[in-house]
Design a protein around this ligand. Structure first.
Ligand code: GUN
Ligand code: ZN
Length: 456
C-alpha cells in the first residue's frame, strides 16, 4: 500500500497514490485499488470472505511522508556479462576487439575455476539486486559447469534471470575456445539442467552465440535448430557495436548483405532474440529486426567507454523496434540500470546536438521518463515478457523495488521547506522522479520483491 509509479509506455509517467496492490501466493497482481484509505478496505472489496488476520501481510502500510517512499517496477537488465564483473571500471584506452583480447577473454577463461566463478557470480547477483534489478539476461562463459552454478545462485537468491552459456568456436584464443560440437552439446546440457534439475520458473535458458565473428556457420545453424527444438528458446548476441567489427563481419560473410542479415540467414533472428548495441544499423537492417520482432539491448555506457558510437535510440523506437537497457558489464562500468538510464538520456542529448533542425533536435532527446521506460517496460518487451513484467498491472508479476528518497543516507536530498518551482510551491512528482534519476543510487532502493517475495 502506498504510492505506485511506473511507465506503461514511452513518455508516460503514471503516479498512483493511496493505492492498494493485492498480490496472490503465486506472485501475481490480482487487484489494484486507487485512492483508497486503507489496504484492508481494498482487500475485503476484492474478497469479502478473506480473513485478514490469517494469510495477509501488509507491506508499507504506513507510508507516512508524502513522496518519501514509492514503489517502482524492478529494473530489467537486458544485457550483462556476469563473468566480466571483476573488470568493471577497467578498460584502459581499448576499443572492442583489442579490449576482448586484452581484458575479457583471459578473465572469462579464469572462471573455469568453480571457486572463482562462485565468488564472482554471487557478488554480481547481490550487486544487481541492490541496484533494483529484478530480471537480468546474463552471459556467463563457454564453460557449462560454472554456467549451471550461476543459474543455481540466481535461483537460490531469488532473482529472475535468463542464463546463457557463451558459444564461440572460432577466432578465439587457444586458452578459451571450444569445438562446434562441444558448444552445441554443452548448450544442450545447460538447458537440460535448468529445465529438468533446477526447475525454477524464474530461471530460463538463453542461447548465446557470442557474435558472428567468433561463431562458425555450422554453430549458428546448430543453435537455431536447438532453439526451435525447444519451442522457440530465447537467443542473445551482439550486433553492430563497432565499425572495425562490422568490416570484419563483411569479410567473414561475403554472401550476406549486412551484419543483421548474417543472423537472419542462420535462423537466429526471432521474436525472442536480444541484440546488444545496434549502434550502426542501416535502414534495411532496422526493417529486418522489426519484422522479426527481435529486441535491442541499448548499452549506452559501454558504447561510450569503448568508443563504439552513439545509438540512435529514438529512431529505433519510431520504427517500432523494441528497445530496453543493458548495463553490458564490463564494457559498461556500472551494474546499475539507473546509471545506465541516466547515460541513455545524456547520450541522446549529445546525439541531438548533431541535428540542425530544432524539431529533430528535441525529438531525438530521451526524457527522464523515456529512459525509465526503457529500463522497465521497454526491457520487458525486449525479453518478450511485456505482458508479465515491467509495470504494476493486474495479471503481471509483482517484481518491484521500494524507493526511499528521504532516508538517513539518501543521496538525493529532497528539501522539505518546499522550493518554489513553476507555479507550485512544492516539487512536482516529475521533479521528485528527476531528482532520483540524476542523484539517486542503491541507497534509495530499500527493498526488492521478485514474484511477490521480498528478497532484499
Ligand atoms: N562483442 C563480443 N563479445 C562482447 C563482449 O563481451 N562485450 C561487448 N561489449 N561486446 C562484445
Ligand atoms: Zn556485451
Amino acid at each position: 500500500y502506498g504510492t505506485f509509479i511506473d511507465t506503461p509506455f514511452i513518455g508516460k509517467l503514471r503516479v498512483r497514490q493511496h493505492t492498494a496492490v493485492g498480490v496472490n501466493e503465486n506472485g501475481t497482481i490480482v487487484f489494484i485499488k486507487e485512492n483508497c484509505e486503507s489496504p484492508d478496505i481494498a482487500l475485503l472489496e476484492y474478497n469479502p470472505d478473506i480473513n485478514i488476520n490469517d494469510n495477509v501481510e501488509f507491506i508499507n502500510k504506513q507510508c507516512e511522508k508524502e513522496y518519501s517512499t514509492f514503489f517502482f517496477p524492478g529494473f530489467i537488465d537486458t544485457h550483462i556479462h556476469a563473468s566480466q564483473y571483476p573488470n568493471s571500471g577497467i578498460f584502459g584506452n581499448t576499443t572492442l576487439l583489442d579490449w576482448l583480447t586484452k581484458y575479457t577473454f583471459p578473465l572469462e577463461a579464469s572462471l573455469k575455476d568453480l571457486s572463482i566463478a562462485h565468488k564472482v557470480y554471487t557478488k554480481v547477483v547481490e550487486r544487481t539486486l541492490s541496484n533494483g534489478t529484478t530480471t537480468a539476461a546474463y552471459y556467463t562463459t563457454i564453460d557449462p559447469e560454472s554456467t549451471k552454478l550461476m543459474a543455481k545462485i540466481c535461483s537460490e537468491r531469488g532473482q529472475r534471470a535468463l542464463i546463457g552459456k557463451v558459444c564461440m568456436d572460432r577466432n578465439s584464443p587457444d586458452t578459451y575456445q571450444e569445438s562446434t560440437h562441444e558448444s552445441l552439446e554443452s548448450s544442450d546440457e545447460v538447458i537440460a539442467y535448468i529445465r529438468n534439475t533446477l526447475k525454477d520458473p524464474k530461471i530460463l535458458p538463453i542461447l548465446t552465440p557470442r557474435f558472428a565473428p567468433t561463431c562458425s556457420c555450422e554453430l549458428m545453424k546448430g543453435l537455431s535448430k536447438l532453439a526451435q527444438s525447444y519451442d522457440n528458446l530465447h537467443i542473445q548476441t551482439h550486433l553492430s557495436e563497432n565499425l572495425k567489427e562490422i568490416d570484419w563481419v563483411k569479410e567473414l560473410f561475403p554472401d550476406c548483405s549486412s551484419y543483421t542479415d548474417v543472423y537472419y540467414k542462420y535462423g537466429l533472428l526471432t521474436n525472442k532474440t536480444i541484440l546488444a548495441h545496434c549502434v550502426h544499423l542501416s535502414n534495411p537492417e532496422i526493417e529486418l529486426i522489426k519484422t522479426a520482432g527481435a529486441g535491442v539491448a541499448h548499452c549506452p555506457i559501454a558504447n561510450t567507454s569503448l568508443s563504439s558510437g552513439e545509438c540512435h535510440v529514438r529512431k529505433l523506437i519510431d520504427e517500432g523496434v523494441n528497445v530496453g537497457l543493458g548495463t553490458d558489464v564490463s564494457g559498461g562500468f556500472s551494474s546499475s540500470i539507473l546509471v545506465t538510464a541516466r547515460q541513455a538520456h545524456l547520450v541522446s542529448r549529445h546525439l541531438s546536438m548533431k541535428f540542425e533542425d530544432e524539431v529533430d533536435k528535441d525529438h531525438m532527446k530521451l526524457s527522464v521518463v523515456d529512459a525509465l521506460y526503457l529500463g522497465t517496460q521497454g526491457g520487458a518487451n525486449v525479453l518478450n515478457m511485456g505482458d508479465k513484467l515491467g509495470t504494476f498491472d493486474v495479471g503481471k508479476k509483482f517484481d518491484s523495488q521500494l524507493i526511499n528518497i528521504n532516508s538517513e543516507y539518501d543521496p538525493v536530498d529532497i528539501f522539505h521547506w518546499q522550493v518554489p518551482s513553476e507555479n507550485n510551491d512544492s516539487f512536482t512528482m516529475e521533479e521528485i522522479i528527476s531528482k532520483w534519476f540524476f542523484n539517486g543510487d542503491d541507497r534509495n532502493t530499500i527493498n526488492v520483491w521478485v514474484d511477490g517475495s521480498q528478497i532484499l
